[in-house]
Write a protein that binds this ligand. Structure first.
Ligand code: FAD
Length: 494
């Protein structure tokens, strides 16, 4: 992939090209030589920063900077702004919409060297930390102190908490703990002109003017760089149960979801849907035995988290008796310990890797009202069957492995995935704008939790009207009048 891959987007000539003087200047700002990866010294060292997780988007940045403090970020951005050098903030580079890698030669500013926990208050549960702390490290730190991070997702071993806030990531715990718009209490962020916003509030209630942190939550690196966050973390539950079910139809899944909300109520912390084909792909790529003796058209993973083990077990048993007795669920298993729970979770969390196994994946992360939830996958399968592009896992003359779906059903969030052997315009043209038109007709959202990035920049109008888009442009221009922050992404300038 090269810039020729983006025929509809031209490099904006208003941005300067990087010079040796620029590189020397950055060397003088940064406290350590290891904070710079320069194409002249180490061209291959840039590859991982130029390529996204699904290997679909690739930029040609010549420079990666890894500042160690908000002050260093400030000096870098001020210089870039004065010189009209475009930049891309990068966290763990696990984003799935091509937002975290350059499109052309933008400078990558990686937050990976800002990775310290600043403070934690065990009474209030408020954590203050650098943006570059890896999500799993933050969660482990909190677990040792009987708390958890209010967000969990399959990329936790690599993604940064700052990246999570920048994308407003949803993940596996949203059903229980809500969105980052509620749990994040404050941010420290650097604006393109070098101004540092010190707004690491630790209070839940604070009605003193505009809630500035909300601008940064979900802004995908387009208004400034988040360098620190404060976040409210729940206490770790004493009792966590995980169950995995097989179901014969989507109608059965909907009935199971209604029952789970009724019978498990406040202890329900995840309700994840995986269709049968996803489980086949995971089985094929890992060789692991299926969790149940049969493989069903639909599988559901339920988690409960509560404070009283006996109460929770009694509730779960009553729920299981009902769903099995009424034949809503065809078969199921409940994890007996933490290791078994983690094994079951792999059948859900390992799906992005399983889909990427053959070469790449066309990914659509959407919100759909539950009545129409799975119809998108069925309609998409028909589309591909008619086009004759599906070869399954055996026929390698055709690009498409299959059309599969999974998602955070508890949040009406579906992930439509089309795993492919190679990225192919025929496949892309079949999917776009078809998927977006389908979503618009059902009043869904074209991006539930992954954001817009580069992938969805030309399709926002399917979910937001012209007035909303114009107001967003005004916000962007207020924070970043020269447009140096993550250009060509998110909401296009016009
Ligand atoms: P990056 O990918 O590096 O960046 C993402 C965007 O944020 C880019 O636009 C970047 O410019 C910007 N950015 C990053 N850091 C900063 C910063 N400090 N300041 C300003 N802007 C910044 N997402 C979900 O929502 N839910 C899921 O369940 C989920 N599961 C996933 C599972 C797998 C296996 C993978 C690979 C991805 C998954 N994702 C999921 C997507 C991804 O992990 C999230 O979007 C995550 O929040 C990105 O964090 P990151 O640190 O990797 O950010």
């Amino acid at each position: 992939f090269t810039a020729d891959n983006y025929p509809n987007v031209q490099r904006d000539p208003k941005f300067s090209k990087l010079t040796r003087e620029d590189v020397d200047h950055f060397k003088s700002i940064l406290s350590s030589q290891s904070s710079i990866i320069d194409a002249q010294d180490d061209a291959s060292g840039l590859d991982g920063f130029n390529t996204d997780w699904v290997r679909k988007y690739r930029g040609q940045s010549q420079l990666v900077l890894k500042p160690k403090s908000a002050e260093e970020v400030s000096q870098i951005l001020k210089y870039c702004n004065d010189r009209n050098l475009a930049v891309v903030p990068q966290g763990g580079n696990t984003g799935l919409v091509g937002g975290s890698v350059p499109v052309f030669d933008e400078i990558v500013i990686s937050l990976s060297a800002m990775n310290s926990i600043r403070s934690f208050d065990e009474v209030s549960g408020v954590l203050v930390c650098d943006a570059g702390v890896i999500l799993e490290s933050a969660d482990s730190y909190l677990r040792e102190r009987n708390h958890i991070f209010p967000l969990d997702l399959g990329a936790k071993g690599s993604c940064h908490v700052g990246g999570n806030v920048a994308t407003n990531a949803g993940g596996l715990r949203l059903l229980r703990y809500g969105s980052l718009h509620g749990t994040v209490l404050g941010v420290e962020a650097v604006l393109p002109d070098g101004t540092i916003l010190h707004d690491l509030q630790t209070l839940r209630k604070n009605n003193t003017g505009f809630d500035l942190k909300q601008i940064f939550i979900g802004s995908e690196g387009t208004v400034g760089i988040i360098t620190g966050i404060s976040i409210l973390c729940p206490r770790r539950s004493n009792a966590v149960n995980t169950a995995y079910f097989g179901l014969n139809s989507f109608d059965h899944v909907k009935r199971a979801f209604t029952k789970a909300k009724t019978d498990l109520g406040e202890i329900l912390s995840a309700f994840e849907l995986m269709d049968g084909l996803t489980q086949d792909l995971f089985h094929k790529t890992t060789g692991k035995p299926y969790p149940l003796s049969d493989r069903y058209p639909f599988h559901v993973l339920i988690e409960t988290s509560g404070s009283n083990g006996e109460h929770d077990s009694a509730k779960l048993e009553a729920f299981l008796e009902e769903v099995m007795g009424e034949e809503i669920v065809a078969d199921g298993t409940v994890a007996q310990d933490e290791t078994q729970a983690q094994t079951l979770w792999r059948w859900r969390e390992g799906l992005p890797e399983a889909c990427a196994h053959w070469g790449g994946t066309y990914k659509y992360d959407v919100s759909i009202p539950l009545n129409d939830f799975y119809t998108l996958i069925e309609d998409c399968r028909k589309l591909f069957d008619e086009a004759g592009l599906v070869g399954g896992t055996e026929d390698d003359s055709k690009p498409v492995i299959g059309v599969v779906g999974w998602g955070h059903m508890g949040d009406s969030n579906l992930h439509l995935n089309v795993p492919v052997r190679w990225y192919d315009k025929k496949v892309e043209n079949l999917l776009e704008p078809w998927v977006y038109e389908w979503i618009e007709k059902r009043k869904g959202s074209i991006s539930a939790e992954h954001g817009l990035g580069f992938a969805k920049r030309d399709f926002v109008q399917y979910s937001r009207d012209a007035t909303a888009l114009e107001i967003m442009r005004r916000v962007k221009n207020t924070f970043d009048p020269k447009g140096i922050m993550n250009p060509y992404k998110y909401i296009p300038a016009n």
